[in-house]
Design a protein around this ligand. Structure first.
Ligand SMILES: NC(=O)c1ccc[n+]([C@@H]2O[C@H](COP(=O)([O-])OP(=O)(O)OC[C@H]3O[C@@H](n4cnc5c(N)ncnc54)[C@H](OP(=O)(O)O)[C@@H]3O)[C@@H](O)[C@H]2O)c1
Length: 338
């Protein structure tokens, strides 16, 4: 697998590089990132052949979109693919403080959920302005679902389905303004529900199809493969524990996760395979997975991630991973080499 390999979304024909740059870190997730470092990261991704960039209005309360737009401004627009998200309108708010929602240096805008027709259209137009482009290739509905909204989920689901949010996306897709529509979520259940409401081109599924959990396999991924909905795998390190930072789902990893990581690490040591390399390569074995968007904190992390993705991992390792029950019995594994 080469990071710069182009892979098509079956329903739209849009192509993504196997590795996409996840840009929540450019919004200062937990720790600040300077503008110069953000620029250097996007430039390094470009030099390595990465041509897919994922951002959202929420990341850094608009900071990530501004930085991504600025960093890509002089690039040929047809040469890269950009995804952003809808569902939160960013309202000016002088009370925003460093650390709000985990953003180290948020800009003074506060998110207000809105999945309605007008909310989606407004969000899309605001993103175009911040990104400095007339074209956003993929629009994902961001964080719809009970995990984010709890008791309020039925209200926001109603906005999306009956209130016209999905219709707005379908219109943008139909007119050719955006090339692909879908969901960007941390829970697979809501993606199944959404696919019952409308045909989706892509689902950015974060943290739910990784070496640590494959619960999304049969209900979602296999169905996506059948109907041609692409999976863009996000959070393949489960926010970092599989790359060594101790975080799982953006919090300190609980004991059972640490134990599972230790078992995976022991297997990796036996075969002399870096755990993050296995974590990056594993999702690609599923036919629905088109691209992995990986968040990097620095140019060094990005380059390491490319090396991990492209590293040879022997077939015996993948066989042992299955045979020793470390992943679901029916989860496909990469073919690997001899
Ligand atoms: N709902 C959604 O649509 C949704 C949800 C989540 C993610 N996403 C997208 O998916 C992208 C990736 O997800 P994610 O960043 O949350 O999770 P992730 O890719 O699983 O983890 C990223 C973290 O792993 C660590 N890491 C990465 N490369 C490393 C390396 N080479 N060496 C050591 N540590 C390394 C870094 O942790 P440290 O920062 O601690 O160094 C980094 O912040 C996001 O940027 C976003 O674009 C979308």
């Amino acid at each position: 697998m080469n990071a710069h390999e182009m892979r098509a979304l079956p329903r739209s024909g849009l192509k993504l590089t196997a590795l996409g740059l996840g840009c929540s870190q450019l919004g200062g997730l937990y720790r600040p990132m300077s503008s110069a470092d953000a620029r250097a990261l996007v430039d390094a991704a470009w030099s390595a052949g990465v041509r897919y960039f994922d951002t959202a209005p929420y990341y850094g309360y608009t900071l990530s979109e501004r930085r991504v737009g600025h960093a890509l401004a002089l690039r040929e627009r047809d040469a890269f693919t950009l995804s952003s998200k809808v569902g939160r309108l960013m309202r000016p708010d002088a009370s925003v403080r460093p650390g709000d929602d985990g953003w180290a240096e948020p800009l003074p805008f506060r998110p207000v959920f809105d999945y309605s027709y007008s909310g989606v259209m407004r969000s899309y137009e605001d993103s175009q302005q911040r990104l400095g482009t007339s074209r956003i290739d993929i629009l994902y509905v961001h964080d719809i679902g009970a995990m984010t909204h709890g008791d309020r989920h039925p209200h926001f689901w109603d906005q999306l389905v009956a209130g016209g949010g999905l219709r707005a996306l379908a219109e943008l897709r139909q007119s050719g303004e955006v090339r692909a529509i879908g969901l960007g979520v941390n829970e697979w259940e809501i993606a199944v529900d959404a696919m019952n409401e409308a045909p989706l081109d892509a689902i950015l599924l974060a943290g739910r199809y990784t070496l640590l959990e494959q619960t999304a396999l049969q209900p979602l991924l296999d169905h996506c493969a059948r109907v041609g909905t692409a999976i863009v795998a996000g959070g393949v390190f489960n926010s970092g524990v599989l790359a060594g930072n101790g975080k799982f789902n953006y919090a300190d990893a609980p004991a059972e996760v640490v134990k599972k990581v230790q078992r995976l690490s022991a297997l990796c040591e036996r075969f002399d395979v870096p755990l993050p390399a296995a974590a990056l390569q594993f999702p690609f074995a599923h036919p629905a997975v088109v691209s992995c968007v990986v968040g990097a904190r620095s140019v060094a992390q990005l380059q390491q991630n490319i090396a991990w993705l492209e590293q040879h991992v022997p077939a015996d390792f993948w066989a042992a991973l299955s045979n020793e029950g470390l992943i679901a019995a029916n989860a496909p594994v990469p073919e690997g080499g001899a």
